[in-house]
Design a protein around this ligand. Structure first.
Ligand code: NAD
Ligand code: DAU
Length: 338
């Protein structure tokens, strides 16, 4: 089977490609990635020599590039996106371009070649919920330019199923963590800041709740949806590991034997969703269940960042530092927190 994976040089996409090559011996993969600040060719260094794997540098908004990369593909799996909520608040334009127009370009290409399409969406499209959990048919109420762009993309994908009969699947997963996650996101930012004895900037009161999912469990769930999901359907993916940001912060500090004095409460994220929670019964009916115990997976993730300091130190310089100087420091008054 031939796959076009977009955004495969990012966090989840690179973990997914590695899993696919390991578990599906007959797979052929083209990875189309623009290599934005979030894409890193090093994430797949270990599979570069695999004859079944090809990397193409390109933009999912570029129809010509997409059509060339998708030629002969059976399935397009769209991981490519601008993915960081804070950046979407500061600079929404690139989110509309990549997450919405890019998805449209891929869908048109899938239609041209009559191949399947998987949209990797997010639990953030539902918005916040104070009690209980969202089901796949719950109302969408995204809060940020990021989650709104993701909602637009998946609605567009569903419309291609309804209007053109294109085989479309949508996954909505909760917060992932694990190896190769860019250090702008909560868990890797806090692990690496703690290792550097820098402050851990907790937004607001730190009582926001996220449901943490180890990235390999998400990748296995995506495979289950590809193998056994019903065309036109949406699948929530969550492991039920709901924790407040402050709880996560304390676990990271304990795991690294660092003091709580590194915690710094800073100005809250505008429009900050208080709690995400998805009901995952539907994906469990496909035979999937999370395999990783949260505490153990977090310790292993801390171990990975400890063992790969060169990887994240490079990412925490250059563009990232510029971004922080422009937006983060002035919003939070954090001095050297990045
Ligand atoms: P990421 O930011 O680590 O990776 C995104 C990748 O997309 C990068 O390699 C980047 O270079 C590439 N990209 C960006 N714009 C592109 C363009 N115009 N053309 C081609 N490539 C482009 O993101 P991630 O955390 O790996 O998330 C992957 C997908 O999963 C995203 O669609 C995201 O919305 C979704 N998702 C993420 C999470 C999470 O917790 N990380 C949870 C649910 C859903
Ligand atoms: O829920 C799935 C989503 O999870 C994905 O769709 C997004 O792509 C992914 O980035 C993630 O979004 P979040 O906004 O939940 O993740 P982030 O790591 O940015 O923040 C997690 C929580 O931690 C959130 O409540 C904000 C808070 N936070 C984050 C950072 C970066 C802090 O308190 N301080 C920080 O410095």
């Amino acid at each position: 089977m031939k796959f076009l994976v977009t955004g495969g040089a990012g966090f989840i996409g690179s973990n997914f490609i590695r899993l696919l090559l390991r578990e599906r011996k007959d797979s052929e993969i083209v990875n189309l990635d623009k290599l934005t600040y979030a894409g890193n060719i090093e994430n797949l260094r270990d599979v570069e020599g695999d004859r079944r794997y090809t990397f193409v540098k390109g933009d999912i908004c570029d129809r010509e590039v997409v059509e060339a990369a998708a030629d002969g593909a059976d399935l397009i799996i769209n991981f490519a996106a601008e993915s960081h909520v804070d950046r979407s608040i500061n600079e929404p334009g690139s989110f509309i371009r990549t997450d919405v127009f890019g998805a449209y370009t891929l869908l048109e290409t899938a239609r041209k070649y009559d191949c399947g399409f998987v949209q990797i969406s997010t639990d953030e499209v539902y918005g916040s919920i104070s009690e209980g959990s969202f089901f796949e048919n719950s109302m969408l109420s995204p809060s940020s330019p990021y989650s709104s762009s993701k909602a637009a993309a998946e609605l567009l994908a569903k419309s291609y199923f309804t209007t053109y009969g294109l085989p479309v699947l949508v996954t909505r997963s909760s917060n992932n963590f694990g190896p190769f996650q860019h250090p702008e996101k909560l868990i890797p930012l806090f692990i690496t800041n703690a290792m550097e004895n820098k402050p851990l900037p907790v937004y607001g009161d730190g009582q926001q709740v996220r449901d943490w999912l180890y990235v390999i469990d998400n990748c296995r769930a995506i495979l289950a949806v590809i193998d056994r999901g019903k065309s036109g359907e949406v699948y929530n993916i969550g492991a039920g590991n709901e924790l407040t940001n402050l709880q996560i912060t304390e676990m990271i500090l304990a795991g690294l034997h660092k003091p709580s004095s590194l915690i710094k409460f800073v100005k809250d994220r505008p429009g900050h969703d208080k709690r995400y929670s998805v009901e995952a019964a539907k994906i469990r009916q496909l035979g999937w269940h999370p395999e990783y115990e949260f505490g153990k997976a977090l310790s292993e993730t801390i171990g990975w960042y400890r063992g790969n300091a060169g990887w994240w130190q490079r990412l925490k310089s250059g563009e990232f530092l510029e971004y922080y100087k422009r937006h983060y420091h002035e919003r939070h008054g954090l001095g050297d927190a990045a």
